[in-house]
Design a protein around this ligand. Structure first.
Ligand code: ADP
Length: 149
């Protein structure tokens, strides 16, 4: 059983995330969508709301699990018996940021990171942009799944 962790803040989940998860399902038997609890960051949507959005989207899909975690992502990988981390790459900034984290994780723990290049139609989507639009009362419906709208 090939199991991967897809970690993130998912504040909120976007069509960009969904694209990576759907393509990741071609590679892995099970994907744990792991919502990281970061006490330094104030989220716009509560942890419960973020989890509920994702559970609704993948309801009935036995290959997807949704969990929350605190602490190091690699430690959560160990406790969940997931030797892979799935991440999406939008651009060279994502790559530079992810590269050293992935190399350190592999060196220290053996957890392997697998990257999927985002679909061209989703490369402009980020949770940060969705939050900016939401904060200013705009329409972000084209960037997120139906239930987040
Ligand atoms: P984090 O704060 O850890 O970056 P996010 O929730 O913003 O968490 O993102 C989780 C993962 O989804 C990351 O690997 C990120 O690069 C990826 N991701 C976010 N938006 C997109 C997108 N539009 N296309 C592809 N991957 C994306």
């Amino acid at each position: 059983m090939k199991r991967a962790l897809f970690p993130g803040s998912f504040d909120p989940i976007t069509l960009g995330h969904i694209n990576i998860i759907e393509r990741g399902l071609e590679l892995f038997d099970e994907i744990i969508i792991a919502i990281g609890v970061n006490s330094d960051k104030t989220a716009m949507w509560s942890l419960e709301e973020r989890k509920k959005f994702i559970e609704e989207i993948f309801e009935g899909n036995s290959k997807i699990k949704v969990k929350t975690y605190t602490g190091l992502t690699v430690d959560f990988c160990t406790s969940e018996e997931a030797p892979f981390i799935l991440r999406g790459l939008r651009n060279s900034l994502d790559f530079s940021y992810e590269k050293s984290i992935a190399q350190t994780n592999a060196m220290l723990t053996g957890v392997e990171s697998i990257f999927i290049i985002c679909a061209p139609e989703a490369s402009h989507i980020s949770s940060t942009i969705v939050r900016d639009i939401a904060r200013n009362g705009g329409d972000f419906s084209k960037l997120v799944p139906k239930n987040v709208k």
